[in-house]
Design a protein around this ligand. Structure first.
Ligand code: UD1
Length: 418
């Protein structure tokens, strides 16, 4: 298994480019299952999760061909197998998203239950409740969920929580369903709007994506389309924090700054300087990091995926910060590892952690427990004195494209070893 060796202490300087958004790509790929023709998707990051999603689609019978390193053509017209097996779904929970499009187009789908994961229970009840409101019958057994409907119909769905995955699954199903579907308390994440853009190019009638209420007027057929994936706001945010934590100066190119207002506000509160250019953002780290409180929330609130990276930063602040996690019930796995590097962080409950800033962190052998926890360890290691050895970096590779070579390009001393 690969590891990262990072010798910290170099202020990062220069230009670093953001790739396409992982969390946008996965539902976009699922959308291709609805089309009566191939879809071409560009600005696709080459990540483990992307490869897994391609395998899921191929298992179903879709054909996928890379036209360029970042451009893929997916033809879902040959789908005959309506089952997504456990060995794939367990490696990437997001593959559950094929349920909606398959049942809408083929009247049946059987998808393995994703189960728990490192950052919480992560149920799928809202996905199922929505499909039932659209006329699907749901059966559970042998670790699988089967959804059946000779013909889905429109329906009114109220999501008890604005789940990103449930909103996407239901938008996908509703696009190829007779009648009007209204999703109330929908997630407003930018990846939802990106999915709506592809669906609309395919001929779907989707209104309100990016707001609390999404209305989908189902159509009988959807055609193939071309689409460019939005930049990855979480990757961009991670690089912005990397500039700040190392006291460096980075120009983050293709940063979707309009999707990162909460992070920008928080970085400014800590004393970092931010200059928003044309298609890029420049971040300069503060001399002294001011402690700030942070609460994760659904978009446009502060994103849960940048909680762990920001906590690594606050570990070096002057003063005490309270970090509150409201989206997932077990997302402080990085705390124990950050403490190994000298951070003074007390987990007070499943939802709250108190960060007492310290003057320096020290390099240590640490282990990534999930994707964003892994990113937090990379950031801490970049700022720490001495060498860190980060294991289980396959988690990091799930969501950050060539993070080691990108960071090396701006002065980080980071090496991938076996
Ligand atoms: C997506 C993102 C993930 C991000 C998360 C929250 C992708 C591939 N992943 O995950 O990076 O951290 O949004 O912004 O886009 N919930 C239920 N029932 C459901 C569905 C969700 O109770 O049916 C709960 C979950 O347990 C969790 C919360 O809702 O506590 C948020 O989950 P959700 O928004 O669905 O996250 P994902 O779509 O899985």
């Amino acid at each position: 298994m690969d590891r990262f060796l990072i010798r910290g202490g170099n202020p990062l300087k220069g230009k670093i480019r953001v790739s396409g958004a992982k969390n946008a790509v996965l539902p976009l790929f699922a959308a291709t299952l609805l089309a009566d023709g191939p879809c071409t998707i560009s600005n696709v990051p080459r990540l483990r999760d992307v490869t897994t999603m391609v395998r899921v689609l191929e298992t179903l019978g879709a054909k996928a061909e890379w036209l360029e390193p970042d451009t893929i053509r997916i033809d879902g017209t040959g789908v005959t197998n309506l089952e997504a097996p456990y060995d794939l779904v367990k490696t990437m929970r997001a593959s559950f998203i094929v349920l909606g499009p398959l049942v809408a187009k083929h009247g049946y789908a059987r998808v393995a239950l994703p189960g728990g994961c490192a950052i919480g229970v992560r149920q799928v009840d809202l996905h199922l409740k929505g499909l039932q409101a659209m006329g699907a019958t749901i059966e559970m057994g042998e670790g699988y969920i089967a959804a059946r409907a000779s013909k889905l119909h429109g329906g009114l769905v109220y999501l008890d929580f604005p789940s990103v995955g449930a909103t996407e699954n239901l938008m996908l199903a509703a696009s190829l369903t007779q009648g009007v579907t209204v999703i109330e308390n929908a997630a407003m994440e930018p990846e939802i709007s990106d999915l709506a853009r592809l669906l609309i190019s395919m001929g779907a009638r989707v209104k309100g994506a990016g707001s609390k209420v999404i209305e989908v007027h189902g159509v009988e057929k959807l055609q193939g389309a071309q689409h460019r994936v939005i930049p990855d706001r979480i990757e961009a945010g991670t690089f912005m924090i990397a500039a700040a934590i190392t006291g460096g100066h980075l120009t983050v190119e293709e940063a979707p700054i309009d999707m990162l207002e909460s992070l920008t506000a928080k970085l400014l509160e800590t004393g970092a300087s931010i200059y928003i250019g044309d298609g890029s953002v420049e971040v300069t780290g503060p001399r002294t990091i001011r402690a700030v409180n942070l609460t994760t929330q659904p978009h446009p609130g502060y994103p849960t995926d940048l909680q762990a990276p920001f906590m690594a930063y606050l570990a070096l602040a002057k003063g005490t910060s309270l970090v509150t996690e409201t989206i997932f019930e077990n997302r402080f796995m990085h705390v124990a590892e950050l403490r190994r590097m000298g951070a003074d962080i007390q987990v007070q409950s499943a939802r709250g952690a108190l960060v007492n800033g310290t003057t320096h962190l020290s390099g240590a052998p640490v282990m990534a427990s999930d994707l964003r926890a892994g990113a937090a360890l990379v950031l801490a290691a970049l700022a720490a004195q001495g060498e860190s050895d980060i294991s289980r970096i396959y988690h990091i590779d799930r969501g950050y494209e060539r993070i080691d070579s990108k960071l090396r390009g701006v002065g980080a001393d980071i090496e991938r070893v076996q």
